[in-house]
Structure formats: C-alpha cells, structure tokens
Write a protein of this length. Sequence first.
Length: 78
Amino acid sequence: MRKLKLIWDFRGPNASKTAEHHEIHLKEYIQLEKLNISITGVENLNEVHTIAFLVVDEDKMKPIRDTLKPHRGEVYSN
C-alpha cells in the first residue's frame, strides 16, 4: 500500500515556529478522530521555508485531505 505525505508550507521569518505549532494541531486531529497515523513532522527546507506534514495510507487520504486542506502532497518514501 502506498503512503502519501500531506504537506503544509510555511514561509517567512517565523515559518519554523508556525510549522511546529501546526504539527501540534495535526496530532490533536489524529487523536480526536482516532486515526491510525504515526508519522508527522516538521522539516526546515531553508531559513524562510518550513513544512509540516503527516503520512497517510493512500486509501485513507481523501477524507483527511478534504478536511485538513494541505497545500500539496507527494508519495512518501522513508
């Protein structure tokens, strides 16, 4: 089963802090909805661009995508 990485982009001087805060909300959503999602994270791409993400099974992606409205997605590979 393919896994997809749903991504939220944050840009600007506070991008890192904003992405870290967003990840907290992603984890809260996972707990609230009792989802079997264990991979979330934050990646600093450069000084002014940071992403928050979560990884979902492809067959479970659509309702999560429609609710959380990520900016983009990609196939996940560890």
